[in-house]
Design a protein around this ligand. Sequence first.
Ligand code: GLN
Length: 302
Amino acid sequence: MNTLLQDIYEEVKPMLGTGKVADYIPALASVNPHQFGIAVCDTKGEITSIGDAKVPFSIQSISKVFNLVLAINYYGEEMWERVGCEPSGLPFNSLVQLEYENGIPRNPFINAGALVVSDMVQSRFASPYIAMRDFVRRLSCNKNIVVNKVVAESEYEHRAKNAAMAYLMKSYGNFENEVEDVLRNYFHNCALEMNCEDLARATSFLANSGMSSCANGKILSPLQTKQVNALLATSGMYDEAGSFAFKVGLPGKSGVGGGIVAVVPRRFSICVFSPALNSVGNSQLGVAALTSLSERINWSIY
Ligand code: GLN
């Protein structure tokens, strides 16, 4: 595994300098784009990593995976009445489909879907973002994971589009709580800072039929794990989901902080981090590294 990661790292590293860091808030625009790390975790929790795998970064939309898992634990099948399981084929923050589809978001990984899921979580916890922070701490065996308050506050100040989606859903009756409260918690989740090793460990249950290598126990049932992986495979990379399936062939989730997690069912969970993004908002080197990995060894699920 060490040699494999080394080879991929050397192959992809020359791409540093291409792509563009997220710039919709100053706290992300100032991140150094010349960072690149990879971590792989096996089902026993054994980690192999390279490069900037211990550098914490803003997990952004990767938090939607943990948010969804928390909600599934409380709502089970019932939650699929409020959010769909179809790919959207549109940018992650698109508003257009929502009105056509009566305020029911296509899937839990576009922003509208994650906001509905956050609304569900909000109905069950007095302090939802603390519940989420504690959940990721438990999943990654790292008690030091924290929310970057500057990022959370800055996201809230630039909330207009996410707020528009949430209010539109409220007008259709698909939102129970105060929109502003849910937005605050959603942005706190996006602003969690974790490194590649934390994220590879925290998603290891997805590679192990729902059993965590770290939290020492069942996080999801095997059926629920299969469902989450299917959603990741079809919708985790937004409007790049098709070509990601084509090139990489693994369930995956990206975030505009430059992280991508990917799952090799029954074998490994992987996290790649490099902050410069491609035109659809996925890590440029992240996609390249996972493509190289898939070409070198046949881990594709297809
Ligand atoms: N905080 C970002 C937003 O809500 C997350 C988007 C992402 O990582 N794709 O717009």
